[in-house]
Design a protein around this ligand. Sequence first.
Ligand SMILES: C[S@@+](CC[C@H](N)C(=O)[O-])C[C@H]1O[C@@H](n2cnc3c(N)ncnc32)[C@H](O)[C@@H]1O
Length: 480
Amino acid sequence: MSQVPIFYPRYQSGLNPETENDFNRFYYGDNVAALKELCLDPAIKGKVKLIYIDPPYSTGQAFIGSNYENAYMDRFKNDEEFLDFLEKRLVLLHELLAFDGSIYLHIDTKIGHYAKILMDKIFGKENYRNEITRIKCNPKNFFRKAYGNVKDVIFFYSKTKPSGNDPMVWNDYRRPLTDIEIAKQFPKIDKNGRRYATTPLHAKGETIKGPTGQPWKGRKPPKGRHWRYPPEELTRLDEAGLIEWSATCNPRKIIYADENAGKKIQDVWVFKDKGFENSMYPTEKNREMLDQIILQSSNEGDTVLDCFAGCGTTLLSSEKHGRRWIGIDNSRVALFATLKNLFSNRVSSRFQIYYPELSAASSDLVITLHCINKVEPRKNLFDKQKDIIEVHITEIKTAKKYQFNNPGLIFSAFKQDDSYLIHNETIDYKNGNYSVSIHKSDAKKDIFLIVFDIHGNECIVNISSNIFNNSNAPENSFFT
Ligand SMILES: C[S@@+](CC[C@H](N)C(=O)[O-])C[C@H]1O[C@@H](n2cnc3c(N)ncnc32)[C@H](O)[C@@H]1O
């Protein structure tokens, strides 16, 4: 395997890569290449605690993004070619997974069982934990002679065997009860307003000699039954106010709703996706489902990997729960959807975006921005009366000589709630400065990324963070 890196950092969010190595990453490129590179990194290989993947499913479809761009093609010659594609990735993922880690493979029901055979082969039949049925949508109208399809599946495997001292990270995460479930299961309310239910203090079966068959407070358990606890424990519960006495002096144990640990999770999940109309990405998955997987199978500080990242659902959820994340995707639409997601959710962690090396990309490039209408830090970009923010690029430094003295920069920018604000337009070049004007009417939110394409080298500028930092020298530098 080559030691020469294929991927280079192109954008970093507020981090100094020379002194810091604890950062999140997004690789924009083919995942085999990126996974191979990660396998060469001793800080990552065998250290990834949780992998979630949602690959193409060999549906033959082309997936179009919300701006009618081609997000990605799910087209393979046949299922064999698809399974070969998947196998190559699974083998590398197996190498990256920690001994106490686990992997979730999300797939549809048509190809799923062939994919399971691959999972058995690569992760080991003995490491299979569950096939989870996921209810993905409401029933739809359809005219085929078949039952409606509202589910897909998730295969869950660990790196090591579930027997004996099982090392797999498993937090016994429980689903909190809904308000309706709480009201139904805990119908009573005490004088402090706490919801509670009561359960009998005796159970079936007589104890002849033991303490649970003895009288407590002068009463024996009913015929054919025994106390659930020995008399000392019953007394302790009573003194703690955890026993309710009925009008006929029948004692029952009090159980409070706010002490309920939640429901144990079963292998049928209802996490419906938002649907194309409301999604940022055509095959975006339900974020709460990812929250559940992450809370169940990783701990704070653990590394979570998704090498079919799409719009970054796994990455966002990892970020929310304090996990480190690595995302990979080779779709430009996915990259920008992920960036949009990260910025609009005000992700504060440090991350880098890696691009595959481009032809002229061996030298570093630093762009210095100057904002004409200065905005106070943390204020909305358009709080000031002015309608236009002008951002001047005052300096472009490169180790290599590029010809910058012509209007050759193509840029795109996007705002939070729409994919592209401006796309593929020539940037102004006047008096040695490139400048970009963003109109108030174009932007509802204060998040802008500008993507420059300088002679085939793409670089991303987070204008809002530069402006908020009130600095001429951007916090974010760009390396190609
Ligand atoms: C089903 S989508 C994932 C959606 C994602 N779970 C989400 O919530 O947004 C599959 C993704 O795999 C990506 N993909 C397909 N082949 C790839 C490859 N060889 N390398 C990297 N990404 C790839 C596609 O671009 C697409 O974004």
